[in-house]
Design a protein around this ligand. Structure first.
Ligand SMILES: Cc1cc2nc3c(=O)[nH]c(=O)nc-3n(C[C@H](O)[C@H](O)[C@H](O)COP(=O)(O)OP(=O)(O)OC[C@H]3O[C@@H](n4cnc5c(N)ncnc54)[C@H](O)[C@@H]3O)c2cc1C
Length: 404
């Protein structure tokens, strides 16, 4: 995209919907709204294609949701690597859990494809252009005294300057901490005190390419955190970790912390980890007080996040997009009501909350080495229980199944 790409969204212009962020939740929501005949602008802070700290594992639920949207063929064309098992290593012990039907795909390729698919459906896509939703009187604590505005205003910033556009509905899909609405009353998203930090790297040397078995998701877990490794479509190995800030400090830095986690788990440290460049995230575990507001819905990581051990984040984001798009569409056509906000909150909570509880429990186990050792030993004896947990997080939510 050219530097002045934001100019293509003219100042003062009104869209049916503005979608902020081009991760999986934003692009699927934008695509579904465009298919419903709406005029949609999607704005993305970073220049695309871009990498992102992520385990890159697309579970069966995520694939089913893409299939529902008629995107399975396109996904297949990306030549994602099939995955069929998780090898969990901790304190020298190894547990292998069968997880058939998974795919590993770099976020650079996946997010670019989904954004291009949305653009082909009519979405106007602008990257390298941070957006901020501007406050309205109706956002205040005495909102009842104020009328719902006819549109929401959004400020777009680019190297060419700032401009303000409007939309009947804004879908906030901007990831952890939802920066584009963080300054609106009630939308602050504070990380939990014990929140871990995400770290990611891509290993590309020949040594790294032979380091993982085909179809395997390798997970190493130790006191300071855990790290997953998987081979993606271009043969490189994607590393993604969630680590304690204190562990980074005591190890002497993020690289040393990752190396320590490999050593403590009993897995040889990949040589390339010595030199590869690392990416980091803001603190991960967050709860959002509000996930909707006047003419606003929050989707995906923007709506709150728990640690990514079970690799479900993309499926949650796609679930949110599948639920939000028809509600946003009805708000655009028939007018926005607070009932739409309540409906979205109810549906989203019932679709993802029980899975987030499973995730939180696993994260709790992973942060306690003794409990983790016992769990690994117990799961080795009771593989059916481990298999049940995996099936549970792979399942499409009942509320979506029935709406097919
Ligand atoms: C260590 C780790 C491992 C993980 N492993 C997995 C896994 O294996 N499988 C899985 O399914 N999930 C995994 N996840 C979770 C997954 O990455 C997220 O849940 C998923 O990316 C959420 O998608 P999203 O569309 O909500 O947000 P994102 O993918 O975060 O996309 C948000 C987009 O919004 C843009 N943006 C931000 N601010 C603005 C702004 N002001 N204006 C415009 N654009 C903005 C960002 O640049 C970004 O492109 C992992 C996460 C971590 C940290």
């Amino acid at each position: 995209m050219p530097d002045d790409a934001c100019n293509s969204a003219a100042s003062g212009e009104t869209y049916d919907a503005v979608v902020i962020g081009a991760g999986p939740s934003g692009s699927l929501a934008a695509l579904l709204l465009a298919r419903a005949g709406h005029r949609v602008l999607q704005v993305e802070r970073q220049r695309f294609p871009r990498a992102k700290v992520c385990g890159c594992c697309l579970n069966q639920r995520a694939q089913q949701l893409l299939d529902r949207a008629g995107l399975l063929q396109g996904l297949r064309s990306l030549r994602a690597c099939p995955t069929d098992r998780l090898s969990l290593h901790s304190s020298g012990r190894r547990l292998s859990i069968s997880m058939p039907g998974g795919l590993a795909i770099s976020r650079r390729a996946m997010d670019q494809w989904l954004a291009e698919t949305a653009a082909a459906a009519g979405v106007q896509f602008v990257d390298d252009c941070p957006a901020e939703v501007l406050p309205e009187d109706c956002d205040s604590e005495v909102a009842a005294q104020h009328q719902l505005p006819a549109v929401r205003r959004i400020r777009l910033d680019s190297s060419a300057g700032s401009r303000v556009i409007s939309a009947k509905v804004v879908l906030v899909c901007d990831g952890l901490g939802h920066p584009s609405v963080a300054s609106l009353p009630g939308f602050r998203s504070d990380p939990r005190a014990d929140a871990r930090i995400g770290l990611g790297a891509v290993l590309t040397t020949a040594e790294s390419a032979n380091w993982l078995a085909s179809g395997e998701i390798l997970m190493v877990a130790a006191t300071g955190g855990y790290c997953g490794a998987v081979r993606t479509e271009d043969g490189s190995v994607n590393l993604a970790a969630a680590v304690d800030a204190a562990a980074i400090q005591s190890a002497g830095g993020p690289r040393q912390c990752l190396q320590q986690i490999f050593r403590d788990s009993g897995v040889p440290v990949p040589q390339e980890l010595e030199t590869v460049s690392l990416r980091g995230t803001v603190p991960l575990t967050r709860r959002s007080l509000r996930i909707s507001g006047p003419r606003l819905l929050l989707l995906g990581d923007a709506a709150g996040y728990v640690e990514p051990f079970t690799g479900e984040g993309m499926a949650w984001g796609l679930t949110a997009a599948t639920l939000a798009a028809p509600l946003a569409s009805s708000g655009i056509r028939a007018g926005w009501t607070t009932a739409l906000e309540r409906q979205y909150e109810r549906q989203l909570r019932s679709a993802v909350v029980s899975e987030q509880t499973v995730c939180r429990t696993l994260s709790w186990i992973l942060s306690r080495p003794r409990v983790l050792q016992l769990t690994v030993a117990a799961a080795a004896l009771l593989p059916a229980v481990a298999g049940m947990l995996v099936r549970r997080v792979n399942r499409i939510p009942i509320s979506l199944e029935s709406s097919r």
